[in-house]
Design a protein around this ligand. Structure first.
Ligand SMILES: C[S@@+](CC[C@H](N)C(=O)[O-])C[C@H]1O[C@@H](n2cnc3c(N)ncnc32)[C@H](O)[C@@H]1O
Length: 205
């Protein structure tokens, strides 16, 4: 059954929210430089309370945090702004939400692993639809949320570097990728930073 994200935020059952931005985001900015975001605007899908949004906005970039949950968005709006950030409630996978919008870069953190795996191609095409040629999709992807043999029901749903490269390959070329040294406690070695650039061809239907 699909997770009721709004219910989770209303009841405070949000174990993924660590009260701070993803440590790999700072690591990526340190390695690639803020120019990776191409002067914005930057979109953060599945932004939750917006911790990552504020790190990017603090670089001076217009940054939009998007989340399905109205409560998450209301909570994010209630936190001291860091710059030119804003928040919206909406479904990243809904082409009607994306229609007519453009961003220079997308930062992903625990949205890809939160959606049902059957929707991963829709996620990749949503990214492609929002970025023009040269646009950047970067993120920290949660590869192995569970130990081998551990009983679990996602989300989070696991993935692999090979799957990520395959899912994004119709629209993106990979330009960098590494296992971050910085991580929330317990996520060490389980994540992968991927940076992809939008290819000039292959329009989204
Ligand atoms: C695991 S949480 C991570 C939130 C945030 N990135 C963090 O680390 O605190 C996944 C988030 O994605 C949001 N989400 C799930 N599917 C979404 C969709 N299709 N469009 C927008 N947000 C979505 C959920 O509401 C939730 O806030």
């Amino acid at each position: 059954m699909a997770r009721d994200w709004e219910h989770c935020y209303r009841t405070g059952e949000t174990p993924w929210d660590k009260g701070m931005a993803a440590p790999p985001l700072e690591e990526m900015i340190g390695r690639a430089g803020p120019a990776l975001f191409r002067n914005g605007p930057v979109l953060v899908p599945g932004c939750g309370l917006g911790h990552d949004v504020r790190v990017i906005a603090a670089l001076g970039l217009e940054t939009l945090g998007l989340d399905l949950s109205e409560t998450a968005v209301a909570l994010a709006r209630g936190i001291q702004p860091a710059g030119r950030e804003s928040y919206e409630t909406g479904d990243f996978l809904d082409p009607a939400w994306a229609a007519g919008r453009r961003c220079a870069a997308i930062w992903e953190h625990t949205c890809f692993c939160a959606i049902d795996p059957s929707l991963r191609d829709a996620y990749a095409s949503a990214c492609a639809a929002l970025l023009d040629e040269g646009g950047i999709l970067c993120g920290v992807f949660y590869l192995t949320p569970h130990d081998p043999g551990e009983e679990h029901e996602g989300p989070p749903f696991e993935t692999s570097i090979e799957e990520l490269e395959r899912r994004f390959s119709p629209w993106f070329e990979k330009i960098d990728g590494w296992v971050p040294a910085a991580a929330y406690p317990g996520r060490e070695g389980r994540e992968w930073i991927g940076i992809f650039r939008r290819l000039p061809h292959a329009p989204v239907a």
